[in-house]
Design a protein around this ligand. Structure first.
Ligand SMILES: NC(=O)c1ccc[n+]([C@@H]2O[C@H](COP(=O)([O-])OP(=O)(O)OC[C@H]3O[C@@H](n4cnc5c(N)ncnc54)[C@H](OP(=O)(O)O)[C@@H]3O)[C@@H](O)[C@H]2O)c1
Length: 396
């Protein structure tokens, strides 16, 4: 790293699933003077356990103590979605950079609220967040790991080499649902499968067209209009109680299936699906159809390592693949989860961005377009027709 690079002193907020893989990834950052100096979470005992596991020296009981700590220049938000906006603004006002897990914000309220009202509030919230970051001279580092996944980055090298036009993008994320209770209620999650799962391939589709536009014409290509459809497939009458043993249920006012169709300003398209009702482990991927090539990016599962067990007891207690229900038969054990998912490269980029005072690869501009498009998709699903972003913005 350059002489004069800043030290990076991070506090992770939250002590759950995401905090764990962030902490594992910080340990692998190289060439930057970075240290996780503390963990702040609601349940102190969980923060202490995680701090012990990763050798983190301090535990804070709440965010206000972190904001007053002059040693800390980065706060990494690994908390439920309803806390993102408010915490990000508080941290920015304290003059510290923010790493924020996806999605940047969500509508915090009941799922029955008219979706246009959600869109309006989310856009207002995004404007306040931008204001807080710009006026305090700090950066928003948007933790969308798919942007950094090695399969996507390798695919981008090939797309650039081809010189072709990205005509059609197909992306998907699916698995058998979430164990996290906050994901089942709109007021803590901001939405269902579309916002929680679909947002990953949706972000990459948006990012790729922005990138193509900048690279070839000096200006990003944005989404022009959207068509969305959502469903709650575990609440249909034919889904019987006896079928409930494998899929997550208990969804309250959020969808567990979504389809998103995007049309970009240059008339090209993307189709993204997301599902919480897919057995067999997580399936994450993206396929890009160019004018002169086709690229498939396979995040999960992949076949680098394959294993067979005649009985689940053979691999008892071993992590094979995210959300895999049974460890018998053939499986595709994930190889280096932090690397393959993009978490490692993401935190490397964020640490370098802060140390050298440069923008991150994934920042506020991307986060804003992604959230705006996601809520436009909810409006489209409710209205039952394709909507343009211009039309929605005229309603604001
Ligand atoms: N990029 C990805 O692949 C990925 C994957 C999963 C999640 N995420 C994102 O990561 C974020 C966290 O999700 P998760 O799965 O880690 O959830 P989780 O396992 O439920 O953990 C959430 C943590 O936040 C803590 N918390 C709740 N309210 C708090 C407050 N007011 N102040 C401080 N801490 C508080 C919880 O404390 P308690 O222990 O007291 O409940 C818990 O430790 C979400 O935004 C989610 O979208 C991203």
């Amino acid at each position: 790293m350059n002489e004069g690079a800043q030290q990076v002193r991070v506090v992770v907020v939250g002590a759950g699933f995401a905090a764990d893989f962030h902490l594992a990834s910080y340990q692998r950052i190289y060439g930057v003077d970075v240290e996780v100096v503390g963990i702040a979470s609601r349940t102190r005992s969980k923060a202490e356990a995680l701090a012990k596991r990763y050798g983190v020296p301090r535990v804070y009981s709440d965010l206000s103590a972190v904001l007053e700590d002059p040693d800390v220049n980065v706060v990494d938000l690994c908390v439920p979605v309803h806390l993102h906006g408010e915490m990000a603004v508080a941290v920015a006002k304290a003059g510290k950079h923010v790493i924020c897990e996806k999605p940047l914000v969500g509508y915090v309220g009941q799922g029955s609220t008219p979706k246009m009202e959600m869109y309006r509030q989310v856009v207002q919230n995004l404007n306040s967040i931008r204001g807080a970051f710009e006026s305090n001279g700090v950066r928003l580092l948007y933790a969308e790991n798919w942007i950094y996944a090695p399969a996507i980055r390798r695919g981008m090298e090939l797309m650039e080499a081809s010189g072709g036009t990205i005509l059609d993008i197909r992306g998907y994320e699916s698995h058998s649902g979430s164990a996290s209770e906050f994901s089942k209620r709109w007021e803590t999650s901001g939405g269902g499968a579309l916002l929680r799962l679909g947002i990953h391939p949706l972000s990459v589709a948006i990012y790729l067209k922005q990138w193509e536009g900048l690279r070839r014409g000096g200006k990003p290509i944005h989404v022009r209009d959207v068509y969305g459809q959502v469903a709650n497939l575990s609440k249909i009458p034919t889904f019987q109680d006896t079928e409930r043993q494998w899929l997550a249920t208990g969804w309250q006012d959020v969808e567990n299936w979504s389809l998103s169709v995007l049309t970009f300003e240059d008339d090209t398209v993307a189709v993204i699906s997301a599902s919480d009702i897919a057995l067999g482990g997580v399936e994450n991927g993206l396929e890009v159809y160019l004018s002169n090539a086709r690229v498939k990016c396979n995040l999960d599962p992949n076949t680098t390592c394959q294993a067979y067990a005649p009985d689940p007891s053979v691999f008892a207690g071993v992590f094979l693949n995210e959300k895999l229900e049974a460890a018998s038969g053939w499986s595709f054990p994930t190889v280096d989860h932090e690397w393959v998912s993009g978490y490692q490269k993401e935190l490397q980029d964020f640490a370098e961005a802060v140390a050298t005072d440069r923008p991150p690869v994934s920042g506020l501009d991307l986060a804003e377009e992604v959230i705006t498009v996601a809520y436009a998709l909810y409006v489209s699903a409710e209205w039952g027709r394709r909507v343009s972003l211009r039309e929605l913005n005229d309603h604001l």
